[in-house]
Ligand binder design. Structure first.
Ligand code: MSP
Length: 517
């Protein structure tokens, strides 16, 4: 049973097309969302963290046909690889939704009916460009011709001419309402650069949107007209509501978690989330999510990773070779959230060595083995701290509100930069304080230094926990802090260290990567 006194937080990843194996770009969206989910949990929130697979539409139908499989069986298999990736990535998702589930059908039907009842749907004929790979319609001015092929200027994917009967959503009628919403809610779309892109796109004028297809059958049928299947994006976006038991708006889950706090998405699917989705919700008379955050792309050879470009980095292989905490840390440290970032195995290795092995890992190991040798393996009592000791401890505590604010604005880069600095400072403090000189000369000074440094290790570990959960748990458990006490509140507390029990042994946290060259 959920603790009703606590505040609720609802975060989502995009739901992934099970058209091929998951790649690093997918892993990135999920890891980013998981870090926010974990942080909000240790901040004391009830967190609903949703991920899943987007299984309908022409793209999936074609892919299933290529593989000679029934689309449902095809999706069952590939959806499973995404589900198993949540384990490999150490995600803490509370639910995994598939758009082929009954709960989702019910919720999409209700959305459709609401849109019909509000008078925002009409039947007409669509003729224009369509990209199956993006499942998106493009205007003539968004198309270019290269080597005799028509391509979307935006995504580079091939488009085909479509002419068919279609239901339309009166998107054009929502232009001013959307602009007004962006203006009144400046943080609805973040980062700001993406917000500006969306605003100028909407200002240019919105056309009505085709929301059904007739040339294939793999999708949710339009209620009352089985010739049509619902456009996969209207279907897919509704997953965020299906997971909170919509259409039952009296349900405790719906009431606790809708509207969602943040949809984490990649910049390529911003138009769908920041224009179509809020317009559908306006029409359905439902509250809008509080935020849509569009992150950049993970580039490989300076290009977006994609199946068609054949430059895919397999997260599972990388994790096998280097470890999941290592990959999580690297992606967040190296790629500035919101911008594109290139990754390489060489840089991953450097990052593991410099930040994880030499800095945080080495600090914990050195301090704990020093305590084992010199203090009967127990953290010394807090006693006779000098100003320099108190200053370094309070510095972290004083920064907590700022760190929470970074997370609340999805400013992961400033967050990690600040926390890593604490770790470098802690290392410097330990070296400069030279506790080894006081072993016999002044044991009480040595104790004060050790108490201070363990306090720092505890606080840094709590702050790094959402990013590198496995290693930080080991460190915190070894100073007898149990999993349920990994909380931001335990940084603020003054006496959170257990000085009466022995430290548990700590294995090497991060192996240094030795290169022959
Ligand atoms: N099914 C839709 C999303 C529906 S959400 C209601 C979709 N699926 S996807 O599998 O193609 O992509 C899912 C997410 O992965 C998107 O946020 C996309 O931006 C992200 N990435 C795919 N390749 C990427 C990179 N190379 N880099 C970073 N993220 C990218 O779109």
């Amino acid at each position: 049973m959920r603790d009703l006194m606590r505040k609720n937080f609802y975060i989502t990843t995009p739901i992934y097309y099970p058209s091929g194996k998951p790649h690093m770009g997918h892993a990135y969206s999920s890891i980013v969302a998981d870090i926010f989910a974990r942080f909000k949990r240790i901040e004391g929130y009830n967190v609903l963290f949703l991920t899943g697979t987007d299984e309908h539409g022409q793209k999936i139908q074609k892919e299933a046909e290529k593989n000679n499989k029934d689309p449902k069986i095809f999706c069952d298999e590939i959806s499973e690889t995404f589900r198993s990736l949540t384990k490999t990535l150490n995600l803490t998702n509370s639910d995994f939704i598939r758009t082929s589930e009954t709960r989702h059908f019910k919720s999409v039907n209700e959305i459709w009916n609401r849109l019909i009842n509000s008078g925002d749907i009409y039947l007409d004929k669509y003729s224009g460009w369509y990209s199956v790979s993006d499942e998106a319609y493009y205007d003539v001015d968004e198309i270019e011709e290269k080597n005799g092929k028509k391509l979307s200027k935006i995504s580079g994917s091939t488009v085909e001419w479509v002419e068919e009967e279609s239901y339309f959503f009166k998107l054009s009628a929502f232009q001013n309402k959307l602009l007004d919403h962006y203006k009144k809610n400046p943080d609805f779309i973040l980062p700001t650069s993406r917000r500006n892109e969306v605003i100028s796109f909407v200002q240019k004028g919105l056309k009505d949107l085709s929301i059904s297809r007739t040339s294939f059958s793999w999708g949710i049928p339009v209620p009352g007209n089985k010739k049509h299947v619902i456009y996969v994006w209207l279907d897919a976006l509704t997953n965020y509501l299906s997971a909170v038991n919509f259409p039952n708006t009296n349900d405790d889950k719906y009431k606790s978690f809708w509207p969602a706090d943040v949809h984490i998405i990649g910049k390529d699917i911003l138009r769908f989330h920041a224009i179509y989705w809020p317009a559908f919700l306006f029409a359905a008379n439902l509250p809008l999510p509080k935020r849509v955050f569009g992150h950049g792309w993970i580039l490989s050879d300076d290009k977006k990773m994609s199946k068609s470009l054949g430059n895919i980095l397999d997260p599972i292989e990388v994790i096998k070779d280097y470890g999941i905490d290592q990959l999580r840390y690297y992606l967040i440290k190296e790629v500035s959230l919101g911008n594109d970032g290139s990754i390489s195995m060489g840089n991953l290795e450097k990052c593991i060595n410099n930040d994880l092995a030499n800095n945080y890992g080495n600090l914990c190991q050195r301090v704990f083995s020093f305590i084992k040798k010199n203090c009967n393996n127990k953290i010394p009592q807090k006693d006779k701290l000098k100003d320099t000791d108190v200053k370094i401890i309070t510095n972290i505590k004083d920064n907590i509100p700022k760190l929470i604010e970074y997370i609340n604005k999805q400013n992961l880069n400033e967050y990690i930069r600040t926390v890593v600095n604490f770790s470098f400072e802690a290392n410097k403090y330990f070296n400069d304080s030279e506790p080894w000189h006081y072993k016999t000369k002044d044991p009480s000074r040595m104790h004060a230094i050790l108490y201070t440094i363990v306090e720092q290790i505890k606080n840094i570990s709590i702050l790094l926990n959402p990013i590198i959960p496995i290693a930080t748990k080991k460190v915190l458990n070894s100073i007898n802090i149990s999993d349920k006490d990994i909380l931001i509140d335990n940084i603020k507390k003054n006496n959170a260290l257990d000085c009466s029990s022995e430290l548990k042994s700590l294995e090497i946290l991060f192996k240094k990567i030795e290169n022959d060259n």
